[in-house]
Design a protein around this ligand. Sequence first.
Ligand code: C5P
Length: 218
Amino acid sequence: MIVTIDGPAAAGKGTLARRLATALGYVYLDTGVLYRAVAKSVLDAGGDPDDGAEAAAHAEALEPAVLEDPGLRGEEVGDAASRVAALPAVRTALLAFQRRVAATPPGAVLDGRDTGTVICPEAELKLFVTASIEERARRRLEELRSRGETHKLPQVLAEVAARDSRDRARPTAPLRPADDAVEIDTTGMTPDAVFERALLLAGERLAVVEGGSGPSGK
Ligand code: C5P
């Protein structure tokens, strides 16, 4: 079974996706890290994150080892990631890898912006995880502070909002829920409560999928 978890920045997708993958015994792919790695590679080379040909060349040359780089998590890289992510040639270069991981048996959990709409439109369970902009900015601030970075809430809020609107407005693979996605607004919810809700939905879908080989087709 494939589970996709899309949503805006700092909505708690990563924490949820990782826990769900562990609980189900599935592989987990954070697709955002791919765009972050392309962005960092472009920035490190002194390149322009808005240049399609240049960014696509970095995307094609991406090595799996760079995905572990802790330097990918910062806001500067996140901002450049949402710029390279708007370039169709970059998205095309990263597509086959994401689909290959999604096809890993017995299943995969992917999180990102377009995993349910473009990468895996056939996914059996699609979640769209959101939270208010204030709560997401607070969560991102905590994450940045836990890594020793000093930021102020209004600045983080403005950065998160700018990235979301760029992700929603781009013509290629914009951030939006798939028509058949289940939306979870995590504002005021604990990570445990979000996980329990998602696990319940996954269990229900799995029962349908595993029972689906019968003559009724259900
Ligand atoms: O999820 P994360 O904040 O790490 O993603 C960084 C950026 O990568 C996002 O702002 C978005 O522009 C881009 N992205 C995307 N499609 C995905 C995952 C991430 O465009 N599936």
